[in-house]
Design a protein around this ligand. Structure first.
Ligand code: BGC
Length: 482
């Protein structure tokens, strides 16, 4: 490559990187806004419609059911329609769902609006990271995952703040409807994005793929290299379903991904995300304080995510998960105990809020970002789309069940007992992490795949081969040959 052609190429790819970053930011932000917005709106919805806790639980949780459905069809849609059109569809549903929620005349319509929103999020949360992985340069792919999670937390915080500001008027319709604005921005952003060159090549549309790569890379050598690399990758077709049926080792990684996402949801994080004001109400706070404390929860969630970003490649995945689960078990256990004993004085109130924040730090510095990272690292290449699809789908189903069951649990077994239950789950996860979770820090994805397929125990699939181990080399050679 000549020096003169290198300069424009660098400029071009910088523009492309900025574009994909903006997209990542918007998709993650949408995800977070929708998770966060219902916390502050629900008490006003309940008063306005005069509904009981069961109906309210459905309004809160049906969105996650929609997201599970959206994630389920997203794989098929994004391979048929393309990544860009699937994201456009997601964005349109997102705007439509937000408006419908804002104007809903009855609880039933509100439930439909939340379901539509969920489908939008399911589509976007599957397709946007896929698009990013296909378009973003290799060097920033890791950063993209962290950035995506960070934007989710920023979205949650933004929704908590907007709810707090609007809570003085109690205007829940505006709280839900205003999210159509970032949705419209996402739609606009996606409309200007090029289609993924990988998808175009999958469909045999090479001239269009070259045009896109011309915009992204801007120089002929780089374009030719990229085209031949993509074609090389496409020689390994995805056949996850078949592989799942035939290969017991692959089934282990799929189940591990599913388990990891169940663990993430059963930490109880979303109980706090959806019902924080209700929990603060149980501590004796008035509406205004409930809203402000919820906003503080959102802020702590954002800030603690930086701890994970800073530590994940230094300390490794497992130590961070251990610390996180211990902190979460203690945090929730103590909050539950305080609720049980009775929170009466200001000092007791502050201490209990403080311990809830400790729990949030525990999640945001560990299971929040790390479970997503692990789920994308443990799947072998041929089954990666299928494996990640299964774990993402599980995330939403578990998320739905957590949202749906919290208020019934609260009303039947009590607030302290419900929190103790989640604290106990976190304690169990310390053991499961030891027993089943691999350490994947500093290991290539190919090595993880080789260990998995050689039948190593799950918690060892991240081990590097001993340089002198000829047995291991022999095994690797056999794997490569098969
Ligand atoms: C989880 C969401 C959760 C969010 C909170 C994500 O990693 O998947 O369910 O609401 O973190 O920050």
């Amino acid at each position: 490559m000549s020096i003169t052609s290198a300069a424009p190429a660098a400029r071009h790819s910088k523009t492309a990187v900025i574009f994909v970053c903006i997209l990542a930011a918007l998709a993650g932000l949408m995800f977070g806004l929708d998770i966060g917005v219902i916390a502050g709106a629900q008490q006003f919805i309940q008063k306005d419609f005069g509904i009981n806790d069961d109906t309210l639980s459905w309004i809160v949780s049906v969105m996650m059911l929609g997201a599970a459905l959206g994630a389920l069809v997203a794989g098929w849609l994004s391979s048929q329609l393309g990544r860009k059109r699937t994201m456009i569809l997601g964005a349109v549903l997102f705007v439509g769902g937000s408006v419908l929620c804002g104007v809903a005349p009855t609880p039933e319509v509100l439930i439909v609006g939340r379901l539509v929103l969920g489908v939008a999020i399911g589509l976007a949360s599957f397709t946007a990271p896929l698009y990013l992985a296909e378009v973003a340069p290799e060097s920033i792919r890791g950063a993209m995952i962290s950035m995506y999670q960070l934007m989710i937390t920023i979205g949650i915080l933004a929704a908590f703040l907007s709810d707090t500001a609007l809570s003085y008027s109690g205007n829940w319709r505006l709280m839900l409807g205003i999210i159509a604005i970032p949705g419209a921005l996402f739609l606009l952003g996606v409309a200007f994005l090029p289609e993924s060159p990988r998808w175009l090549l999958m469909k045999g549309r090479q001239p269009e793929a070259e045009q896109v790569l011309h915009k992204l890379l801007g120089n002929r050598d780089a374009i030719a290299r990229e085209i031949s690399e993509i074609k090389e990758q496409l020689k390994t077709p995805q056949n996850g379903v078949q592989m799942f049926l035939q290969n017991a080792n692959f089934r282990r990684s799929v189940w591990l991904g599913v388990l990891l996402q169940v663990m993430q949801q059963l930490t109880g994080m979303n109980v706090v995300m959806y019902y924080a004001p209700r929990i603060f109400q149980g501590m004796g706070y008035n509406t205004e304080s409930q809203m402000w404390f919820t906003a503080i929860v959102g802020l702590v969630n954002v800030l603690a995510t930086f701890i994970a970003i800073g530590l994940v490649d230094k300390l490794g995945r497992k130590p961070i998960l251990y610390i996180g689960f211990v902190v979460m078990a203690i945090g929730l256990g103590v909050v539950g105990t305080m609720m049980h004993l009775g929170v009466h004085t200001h000092g007791q109130q502050f201490f209990t809020v403080g311990m809830l924040l400790v729990f949030i730090v525990g999640f945001a510095m560990s299971a929040g970002p790390l479970i997503w990272t692990l789920c994308s690292e443990i799947q072998p290449l041929k089954g990666r789309d299928f494996g990640i699809g299964c774990s993402t789908f599980t995330n939403w189903v578990a998320n739905w069940l957590v949202g749906l069951s919290f208020l019934p649990l609260l009303n039947n077994i009590g607030q302290a007992e419900t929190l103790w239950l989640y604290a106990a789950f976190n304690a169990v996860f310390i053991v499961l992490t030891f027993w089943l979770v691999p350490e994947t820090k500093g290991v290539t994805l190919e090595q993880i795949e080789r260990n998995l397929m050689a039948g190593h125990p799950l918690r060892e699939i991240g081990s590097k081969p001993a340089p002198t181990s000829s047995g291991f080399r022999k095994q690797a050679a056999e794997d490569a040959a098969s």
